[in-house]
Write a protein of this length. Sequence first.
Length: 97
Amino acid sequence: MATYIWVGNFTDQGIRTIKDSMKRADAVQGAAKKYGVTMTDIHWTMGQYDIVAEFEAPDDATMSAFGLAVAMAGNVKGQTMRAFDRNEMNAVIGKIS
């Protein structure tokens, strides 16, 4: 499974209904399972981003479809980044000529 870091911000709609944030996080976790994605961690943060989450998904296309489905709800918008653990990065570096 590939690891993805998602950083996001509440939309106007999301901030107006901030009290539902925990329920929405639970709903995202449930929806992830339908896509074969696992939310491994989530944090509400201060600073540039309101939320940082970590997911595991079988591939980029699956994670993209899941991310688009979450965005369709209109409460958050964000950015997904593919993350490499130490072993994966070592393999990447090993491919450098």
